[in-house]
Design a protein around this ligand. Structure first.
Ligand SMILES: C[S@@+](CC[C@H](N)C(=O)[O-])C[C@H]1O[C@@H](n2cnc3c(N)ncnc32)[C@H](O)[C@@H]1O
Length: 331
């Protein structure tokens, strides 16, 4: 499958980074010692004009494992995918039935993971990214393994109402993921995201995982060949796409609001899973942190949840019906 009339959203800008992650997942999937399996990833890569000729196997990447992009960064994506697969499945396995994927991009978890019966997944991304994703999955005849609500929204704006209008129930527990997202969002959007997750989990309790970079990267790190290779080989200028505003201390903010928060490096998980990237000099992923946070259900918030939800979120049904696509594959 090459070329898609729906690929406008992944050709340029931050949407194209979703293809980069998909290519990393495809490469990981084909590795003999793969940490995560995503059989859909290579189809996304092949279906977009921007990426139709990108490697989907490490053997096809110039330089192989020594390539900073398709060797090291793709392995980083493979490890991140596995760790966050395990995080989400652990939460749903403990009874959390709502999953919210923020900046879902070409994440195929709603189609490739074995979710417990009754799981509902909400995925939010730009309209054109989601339409490309679902055009590819439709052509493959893929069916979601949970009830899936795809919500087109700009995460820099107010997106909570669209989530509630799509059926998110603030009185029930939920697990949230912002994988590869906050690096690209302005600080105000990160604050809004934390406020929203905090508000929407007060009554039901929940868990959140997200990825950030701590502090600005030094000139030596910005000169890391990973960045120049991404620009030269696939036209993705990560350094231009990253938001360089001073970041909020979201982990400290969550802790202050009563969440229990753990900040880990990717290398912690390389040690835990037995493979993955190791630290290097002037490391382009050296300032990356994966944050895991949990909060218990608040009984008082639960009691007033109905009022809180309607008074503070004022959910509006989507004006454009294509902004909210429902796939009930799990039934
Ligand atoms: C690097 S990709 C990661 C996608 C996915 N989480 C994954 O790991 O495969 C970043 C995603 O964030 C989305 N994104 C960035 N800024 C956004 C915004 N303001 N509103 C909605 N989505 C946004 C992009 O469209 C893209 O799909």
């Amino acid at each position: 499958m090459t070329g898609s009339p729906h690929d406008a959203g992944v050709i340029e800008g931050v949407g194209r980074t979703a293809l980069l992650v998909a290519a990393g997942r495809a490469i990981e999937t084909h590795r003999a010692d793969s940490l995560a399996q995503d059989v859909y990833a290579e189809h996304f890569v092949r279906a977009a004009r921007a990426s139709a000729d990108w490697p989907v196997r490490i053997e096809d990447a110039p330089g192989g494992d020594a390539c900073p992009l398709w060797g090291r960064l793709a392995r980083y994506f493979g490890l991140r995918t596995r760790v966050l697969d395990d995080f989400l499945l652990s939460a749903t396995g403990r009874g959390t039935s709502q999953v919210v994927l923020l900046g879902a991009g070409l994440d195929a978890r709603p189609f490739r993971l074995g979710w417990p019966d009754g799981t509902t997944i909400f995925e939010i991304d730009q309209e054109q990214v989601l339409s490309f994703k679902h055009s590819v999955l439709d052509r493959l005849g893929a069916r979601p393994t949970a009830s899936l609500h795809s919500i087109a929204a700009d995460l820099r704006e107010d997106w909570a109402g669209a989530l509630v209008a799509a059926g998110y129930d603030a009185t029930e527990p939920s697990v949230w993921l912002a994988e590869g997202l906050l690096l690209y969002l302005p600080a105000a959007a990160e604050r809004r995201l934390v406020d929203t997750v905090d508000l929407l989990t007060a009554a039901g309790g929940g868990s959140l995982a997200y990825e950030i970079k701590i502090g600005a990267e030094s000139p030596a790190v910005r000169a890391n060949p990973l960045y120049s290779t991404a620009l030269e080989q696939i036209g993705v200028d990560l350094l231009a796409l990253f938001d360089t505003e001073p970041r909020p201390s979201s982990a400290a903010e969550l802790t202050g609001r009563g969440w229990s928060t753990t900040v880990r490096t990717p290398f912690d998980f390389t040690a835990q899973y037995g493979r993955g990237p190791l630290p290097e000099q002037h490391d382009a992923v050296g300032t990356n942190r994966w944050v895991f946070a949990d909060r218990a259900r608040d009984a008082a918030a639960s009691a007033s949840a109905e009022t809180t939800q309607s008074a503070r979120l004022d959910p509006e049904p989507p004006t454009n019906p294509t902004d909210h696509l429902v796939l009930d594959g799990a039934e």
